[in-house]
Ligand binder design. Structure first.
Ligand code: FES
Length: 145
């Protein structure tokens, strides 16, 4: 199996069985985002205890890439401090710019999205959840690793 095929399967699996999908009963941070190109919307909920994300969930509607990417993002952030989240968000942005990101292998299935850079119109889809969360964690876009 080619690597591209494997990554495609991983993405489709996250779309079909999105992890951490659905609104939690309680949360500390809620942020909503929209892809202005297609109108797809997403809502992210974070529960934070002692500066560490104990729960990260999402809901919304979107294409395969956007929902799968949100699913991967939630898995990547649980257990991270808010400072570490800035690093994860920055790393995923770098990956979607086509830059090398060795740490991305540690973020759930984030690495499966590296091929999305070949389809510039899909990069916005892949970044929908991540850019939305940046709105709640403002320093994330400027962090340099
Ligand atoms: Fe709407 Fe991908 S087409 S987020």
């Amino acid at each position: 199996m080619q690597l591209d095929d494997l990554y495609r399967e991983v993405i489709v699996d996250h779309y079909n069985r999105p992890r951490n999908f659905g609104r939690p009963e309680k949360w500390d941070i809620m942020v909503e985002g929209k892809n202005p190109v297609c109108g797809d919307e997403i809502v992210i909920y974070l529960t934070v205890k002692d500066d560490v994300v104990s729960e990260c969930r999402f809901e919304g509607k979107g294409c395969t890439i956007s929902i799968a990417s949100a699913s991967v993002m939630t898995e990547s952030l649980i257990g991270k401090s808010l400072g570490e989240i800035r690093l994860v968000l920055s790393d995923f942005n770098r990956l979607l710019r086509g830059e090398v990101c060795q740490r991305c292998e540690q973020y759930s299935d984030a690495i499966a999205f590296q091929g999305v850079t070949k389809f510039p119109v899909r990069v916005k889809c892949a970044l929908l959840a991540w850019k939305t969360l940046e709105g709640a964690i403002p320093d994330s876009g400027t962090h340099q690793a």
